[in-house]
Write a protein that binds this ligand. Structure first.
Ligand code: ATP
Ligand code: MG
Length: 396
């Protein structure tokens, strides 16, 4: 907006196209010759004693000469006879806007391509091309429209990000509060019971303390991981590792997460077992994020965690849980998004797990796919390209 008023207020002295002029005594035939030879020449100002006194325009001169006996009648006459005597004359300090306004206020026949510019003493300084002025302003308008559109879309984007941040903060604060409240509560309860030597419920309290601490740790880890990824500071660290050992580690953690649910977990290890060269910790985290979701979002049934080696590493986590609606699939991997309504939500979580998982997979050069049927179950497939030369088959 500011730029627009600056441009509109540009004095026309800065837009002068040329300063050529001719004497009003120049013969019509000489000027006609110029117009024939210079197809881009539209008009020439007439100047006498430094003051403008008319405008010789191409259209007028060539049509006058084209009429019957035109050349004979006018060819030898001075140009002042057939020139336009009322060209638009403006001051060097007039602004682009003012000049365009004055030009448009004229009757159509009086609009010529050249506008003459004079100084304080009404002396001719140069001429402006109306075409150029219109193009200048058109360009400027187009630019300012594009700039305005960009500014609007940026503002919308910032507002969206802002809303996401606010809802994320509210969400995370809420998620952090539950385990912290539990930890503080149980610790105080245990202190009181300990003072009275009532120790019988201690194993139960310790196990609740432990699960709340783990919950807290995983939320904090998620937030730290995400900020590390967003800041581009998450690095890949490759090492040799046994795929089957990694699957058993994941299985052990999953068993703890299942708790009392009637859920069985199967692990399908590739045969023959492979030693891979890759980022073990990230592959572990990817599998655990998917498996913990499978457990969280299944009330019963079977969860299968499998790994297959071809020239790529394919990891699959399949569950018989609540499934995901087709319409929700596209926002599954966005950060801070949980598909369940915040008010009726049954499951805890920050909504970061799948976003982090996807970013980790991409960091390893891989891709993640999901297939799901609402009410039936879900299947997540992760494909990570493996450099075949780095894969050593374990001696069986
Ligand atoms: N296996 C699954 N079955 C059904 N719904 C799922 C499954 N995995 C993820 N979802 C849905 O996708 C949402 C996003 O998953 P994500 O792992 O990112 O977050 P979360 O599990 O809610 O929280 P967090 O992983 O941060 O603790 C979940 O809230 C859930 O609604
Ligand atoms: Mg999750």
């Amino acid at each position: 907006m500011i730029e627009r008023s600056v441009k509109d207020n540009l004095p026309v002295r800065e837009l002068i196209t040329g300063s050529e002029s001719i004497s009003p005594d120049t013969r019509v035939s000489i000027l006609a010759e110029r117009f024939y030879n210079e197809p881009n020449l539209d008009s020439l100002p007439l100047v006498k004693n430094g003051h403008p006194c008319g405008l010789a325009s191409r259209g007028k001169i060539l049509t006058t000469l084209a009429i019957r006996f035109g050349f004979a009648l006018y060819g030898r006459k001075p140009i002042s006879v057939i020139a336009d005597t009322t060209p638009l004359v403006v001051h060097t300090d007039d602004t682009l806007n003012e000049v365009l306004g004055q030009a448009m206020a004229r009757s159509f026949n009086d609009i010529y391509d050249a506008i003459l510019v004079v100084d304080d003493e009404d002396k001719y300084v140069g001429w402006l091309s109306v075409k150029r002025l219109v193009i200048e302003q058109g360009n400027f308008l187009a630019k300012s429209i594009v700039q305005r559109e960009l500014a609007i879309s940026k503002a919308v984007e910032i507002e969206k990000l802002d809303k996401m941040k606010t809802s994320f903060m509210a969400h995370v604060t809420h998620e952090l509060r539950s385990p912290i409240t539990a930890i503080v509560g149980f610790a105080e309860l245990m202190q009181m019971r300990f003072a009275r030597q009532q120790l019988e419920d201690f194993p139960k309290y310790l196990s609740l303390l432990s699960s709340s601490s783990q919950n807290l740790r995983s939320i904090v880890n998620n937030i730290l991981d995400l900020s590390k990824i967003e800041a581009g500071r998450m690095e890949v660290f490759n090492e040799d590792f046994s795929l089957c050992e990694l699957l058993s580690e994941v299985l052990e953690t999953c068993k703890m997460l299942v708790g009392e649910k009637p859920l069985s977990i199967e692990v399908d290890c590739p045969d023959p077992p492979a030693t891979l060269y890759g980022d073990r910790i990230k592959i572990h985290q990817i599998l655990l994020n998917l498996a913990s979701n499978a457990i969280k979002y299944s009330d019963r049934g079977i969860i299968v965690i499998s790994a297959k080696m071809t020239d790529e590493l394919q990891l699959t986590v399949k569950d018989t849980g609540i499934g995901i609606k087709k319409t929700d699939l596209q926002r599954l991997f966005s950060a801070f998004d949980q598909l369940e309504d915040a008010k009726t939500r049954r499951h805890e979580g920050t909504g970061l797990g799948l976003n982090i998982t996807k970013q980790l997979v991409q960091l390893l050069g891989g891709r993640i796919n999901v297939e799901s049927t609402f009410g039936v179950g879900s299947r997540f497939d992760v494909i990570i390209p493996q450099n075949i030369q780095n894969i050593v088959q374990e001696a069986s």
